[in-house]
Every structure is written in structure tokens, then in C-alpha cells.
Design a protein around this ligand. Structure first.
Ligand code: FAD
Length: 535
């Protein structure tokens, strides 16, 4: 009886508006979660416009995406080769600190070493060694990944299982190709695809969405709507009138210019010009920063800047000068960014995911992560048609915390910089607006490095924060007093182990390019074999 009642409220018709990365990831994820064990339990329909394009950027990821792809049952070799993907082991920050001699620092992915049973992370010992005169930088002493980045190595062997790693990694990928890949997968597994414009939205007497009014397909009804319509927030902000909370008081960059640059046509792995870096670069310029995401066949490049300090034309000229000769005749794309979050990501029977839900500048590649996190938490809080408000509130609080954590982390990159060479950096130094939540953390970190190894924050571990504090020279004066009671020999051994492991990996792992070439060859052989079997 109870089961029957539950089933009578079950959601069995979901409509997703938007066919960008958010829309197609959502379609595949929900399809897997809802229809895998009992096929046909829930109809999923995705509607996208052929007139309104996708944002088409979003090419650097973080390691959470491995679990997402594994969950979706996607072969790593297959999707990587079809999306021109490469490995990403770290972000290299260039010209952020404003301190001569400290132009570069890294934020790598990686295991985190604890030195002994008291579970004090090795970072704390690094600070103590530094105060005793050891000049080895934090990133090079505590992570193997940085050494592999310099040597342009892959993070694994070709024989290793899919998604397994020797050093933790994520990817760079072609966003357009990924959307196509996910579209084909979703459609082949039963997602209904409608290409049309949503002209209007009908609400019922309780203010819930009852159906979308389309240009050519009439009314599209659903129990539950996922708004993946991008910056326009067509359902959540426009139809349901949920306000958007801007973060631009503390994050000033509100515009971007995207300009992909192809390698020479006969050189898809860029071998004649230094190969393919297994890392993203983020280089600070006069009024923001540029990204460089290396793919097979081309690099993705962009300038994220504040329009209060530089005009689009000036930004384009500066960006092209930074990129060099090859960029001069190319036409870049200018993008206005809506930075912040929709106050409640979930309202009534509509959840916003992707840019409709919120966006924080891509300095730490968190856009696709936020889509993954939204989907994971949506599944944990999946509703029935009663849409209990407490469940909705629970989800909204989690997403609010995620956005605010990422905002604070990004603000750190700016407010701790010592740069003063342009109006943007001078204003950033003299008038930063630091959220209270970050102020409290920074105060603590003046006296001790982040040291909560047991507390899992939503996304960034302690070491991520320390990379920025160390890279921008914002370290406490003293190390943890508890370290004075600990075994110095064991600590030195831990640092030596990292160095030895880095050297061993550097000697043995294949180069990034060799790994990618072998992957492409073996994937095309497999595809040929499959064709033979089918024939
Ligand atoms: P969009 O791609 O804008 O898609 C919106 C969809 O909605 C389209 O299909 C459109 O047709 C449809 N639509 C809208 N209105 C209607 C309507 N009325 N009727 C029918 N269809 C409609 N993320 C990362 O993880 N890493 C990065 O390095 C990164 N870099 C970025 C750089 C920039 C400059 C920007 C702006 C974003 C970046 N992101 C990055 C974020 C990432 O691009 C997005 O999270 C991701 O692309 C998701 O976009 P979306 O699907 O939400 O929206």
C-alpha cells in the first residue's frame, strides 16, 4: 500500500531545457540514475534551440570528472580520442604574485601526504623547513605532478586500466565535441531530443511549471524541469522569477574573449613547437588573466577581464599581443559573463544546472564540476511529485555552500596578489572586497596554514589553499608548534620519498604525446575490429 502511494507520486517525465554541456550531461546522468535498473521508468526529453548557440567554452576539468564518466559507463579511450582530449595534471599560474623571482607557481592535483600517526600534512613540515632556511618551493617539494608537468609526461601507462592513475589527473577537452558525444550517447539510450525554441512557459495555479510552449512542437509537458538554458536562466530566472545574486562586488572580471588557435595542419600534436603541455596555464595580464588549454589539434585560449578597467577592443589587442603572430588574423569571440548564483538553484518543480544556476570565472576550472555536483546532489535529494520543501531547501543550501566556497577560493587569487602595475591590480590591492567567510579564513591562516585534513570541504582540500598562499607569498610567520615534538627523520624521509617517486615516474612514464598517439591508434584499431565483427 505504502509502495503504491509512493509510486503514484513518482516523477516519470523530466524535461531538460538546453543542449550545452549542462543539458547533455544532465540527460545522460539522470537517464543512468533513473532508468538503468528499470528501463523506461522515467521519460527524459531534452529540448534545445538551433538559433541560440551554446557557450562553447569550458575545456579544462578537475579530477571529479573521472568518476562522472565512469558512472556514465563511458570508455576513456573512446571519448578522449573523439573529443581531442589531453591530460591535465595541474594549473600553472604565471605573473600573479607581483614578486620578482616568484613569477610562477602551480596548483597540482595529487595525493596528499600525512607524515605520521598525528596526521599532520606534509605542508606544515614544509613551512617549518622553510623557516629553517630550506628554499625548495611548496609545489616542487610536496607534489610529483609538477615534475611530470615540466617533463611533459602522461600521468599513466597505456596499459593501465581506464581511469586508473599513477598521478591524479583531469582532462582538457573540446567542449563542442563533448556535447556531440554526449548527445549521441543520450539519444542512443532513449533520451528524446527536440530541436525547437521555447517561446513561453505555462505555470499552474500553485506557480509550478506545467509545460513549455514551443515554436513548432506545441506544448511540452513535464513533472520536473531542468533549466540548462545558460546565462539567460529561461525557466528559473525568467519564468519563475528567482533572483540572481551577483558576485561582481568581489569578483570583478565580467567579460571574456575566446580564441582557439590551431596547430599547423600536418602537426596535430604540435611536435614542431614544443608538444602538448599536460597542464592548463593561467597567465595574469593587465586587467585579468588568460587561459591556455592544450588539446590535440589546437589550443583553447581566452582572456577573462574586467570591463571596468579595459574596453573590449583594448582587451582584444592586449590578448592578441600576448598570443603572438598566429592570432593576428583570427576573429575572437567576445562573451559577457553573468558571475554569481541564482539565489535558490531549485524552485518548485524546476532545478537550474550549469550557467543558469550560476557561474564563477574559470580560473580553477569549476564550471563542469558544478554541473557534476548539482547532478550528484540532485540524485541524493531526488523528489517525488509532492516536492517537499525541506528536501528542496537541503539541496539549495548545499549548492549555495559550493558556490560560496569556490567564490572565496577564487577571490584569494586576487586579494593576496602584490601586483600594482596597472589600474586593475592597484585597485585590487587597495580596494578588495573580501567576503566575510574568506576574511575569517585568511585571519586564521595568518597564524597557521590550513590544517583540517579530516574535514572534507565540498571541493578544495587544504593543499589547494596552501598552493595559493605559498604561490602569493602569504604564509604565516611560524609553523605549527606540534611539529617541534615530532620525529625530524621521518619527516625528511617523507620529502625524500616524494622526490624519489617523482624521479622514478619521470623516468618511466611515457611522454604526454606518445601516450595520446598510442591511445588514438589503439582506439581506431578497436573501432576497425568492431566494424569487421559487425560486417
Ligand atoms: P550553454 O552552453 O549556454 O547552453 C545553453 C543551451 O540552452 C543551448 O543549447 C541553447 O540552445 C539552449 N536554450 C537557451 N534558451 C533557449 C530557448 N528559449 N529555447 C530553446 N533552447 C534554449 N567550465 C569548466 O569546467 N572549465 C573551463 O575551463 C571553463 N571555461 C569557461 C570559460 C568561459 C569564458 C565561460 C563563460 C565558461 C566556462 N566554463 C568552464 C563553464 C562552462 O562553459 C559551462 O559550465 C558549460 O559550458 C555549461 O554551459 P550550459 O550548458 O549551462 O549553457
Amino acid at each position: 500500500m505504502v509502495k503504491e502511494q509512493q509510486n503514484s507520486h513518482q516523477i516519470n517525465n523530466i524535461v531538460i531545457l538546453g543542449g550545452g554541456t549542462a543539458g547533455w550531461l544532465s540527460a545522460n546522468y539522470l537517464n543512468k540514475a533513473l532508468n538503468n535498473s528499470q528501463p523506461g521508468s522515467c521519460q527524459i526529453t531534452l529540448i534545445e534551440s538551433s538559433d541560440i548557440g551554446t557557450v562553447g567554452v569550458g575545456e579544462a576539468t578537475i579530477p571529479t570528472i573521472l568518476d562522472t564518466f565512469k558512472f556514465l559507463g563511458i570508455s576513456e579511450a573512446d571519448w578522449m580520442t573523439k573529443c581531442n582530449a589531453t591530460f591535465k595534471l595541474a594549473i600553472k599560474f604565471v605573473n600573479w604574485s607581483g614578486i620578482p623571482g616568484k613569477e610562477i607557481f602551480w596548483h597540482p592535483f595529487g595525493q596528499w601526504y600525512m607524515t605520521n600517526k598525528t596526521n599532520v600534512p606534509i605542508s606544515q613540515h614544509w613551512l617549518k623547513r622553510k623557516s629553517q632556511g630550506n628554499s625548495e618551493p611548496f609545489d616542487y617539494s610536496c607534489f610529483e605532478a609538477v615534475h611530470l608537468c615540466d617533463a611533459k609526461k602522461a600521468p599513466k601507462f597505456n596499459q593501465d586500466p581506464e581511469y586508473a592513475w599513477r598521478v591524479e589527473y583531469a582532462y582538457h577537452l573540446d567542449a563542442g565535441l563533448l556535447a556531440t558525444y554526449l548527445k549521441e550517447k543520450g539519444k542512443s539510450e532513449g533520451v528524446k531530443h527536440v530541436v525547437d525554441n521555447v517561446l513561453d512557459v505555462s505555470l499552474d495555479e500553485k506557480g509550478f511549471i506545467s509545460h513549455l510552449i514551443t515554436e513548432k512542437h506545441g506544448l511540452l509537458a513535464g513533472d520536473f524541469f531542468i533549466d540548462c538554458s545558460g546565462f539567460s536562466g529561461r525557466l528559473i530566472n525568467q519564468a519563475l522569477e528567482e533572483p540572481f545574486i551577483s558576485f561582481t562586488d568581489s569578483l570583478w572580471c565580467d567579460s571574456a574573449i575566446a580564441l582557439p588557435i590551431e596547430y599547423d595542419s600536418e602537426d596535430p600534436y604540435n611536435e614542431n613547437h614544443g608538444g602538448i603541455n599536460p597542464y592548463t596555464s593561467a597567465t595574469a595580464l593587465s586587467s585579468g588573466w588568460t587561459w591556455n588549454t592544450p588539446l590535440i589539434g589546437r589550443t583553447g585560449n581566452g582572456y577573462v577581464y574586467s570591463s571596468n578597467f579595459i574596453s573590449p577592443a583594448e582587451a582584444e589587442a592586449e590578448f592578441k599581443q600576448h598570443l603572438g603572430e598566429k592570432s593576428q588574423h583570427l576573429q575572437p569571440r567576445h562573451i559577457k559573463m553573468r558571475v554569481g548564483r541564482t539565489r535558490n538553484a531549485w524552485v518548485k518543480n524546476c532545478v537550474s544546472i550549469g550557467l543558469a544556476s550560476g557561474f564563477i570565472e574559470p580560473l580553477e576550472s569549476t564550471g563542469i564540476y558544478l554541473i557534476e555536483a548539482s547532478l550528484e546532489h540532485l540524485i541524493h535529494n531526488f523528489p517525488n511529485r509532492l516536492f517537499h520543501q525541506s528536501v528542496i531547501d537541503n539541496y539549495n543550501l548545499i549548492m549555495q555552500e559550493q558556490y560560496e566556497e569556490i567564490r572565496d577560493f577564487i577571490v584569494m587569487h586576487y586579494c593576496l596578489s602584490k601586483r600594482e602595475d596597472t589600474p586593475f591590480w592597484r585597485a585590487n590591492k587597495s580596494e578588495p572586497v573580501i567576503p566575510d567567510s574568506l576574511k575569517a579564513k585568511l585571519e586564521l591562516w595568518q597564524n597557521m596554514l590550513p590544517n583540517n585534513p579530516q574535514k572534507i570541504s565540498w571541493l578544495f582540500p587544504d593543499y589547494s589553499y596552501i598552493c595559493i598562499l605559498a604561490g602569493l607569498d602569504a604564509l604565516p610567520q611560524t609553523s605549527l608548534p606540534i611539529l617541534d615534538y615530532q620525529d625530524k627523520y621521518a619527516t625528511e624521509q617523507a620529502f625524500l620519498n616524494i622526490k624519489n617517486k617523482a624521479a622514478q615516474l619521470k623516468n618511466n612514464l611515457p611522454s604526454h604525446i606518445d601516450y595520446l598517439k598510442t591511445l588514438a591508434e589503439s582506439n581506431s584499431e578497436n573501432a576497425n575490429q568492431n566494424l569487421l565483427v559487425e560486417a
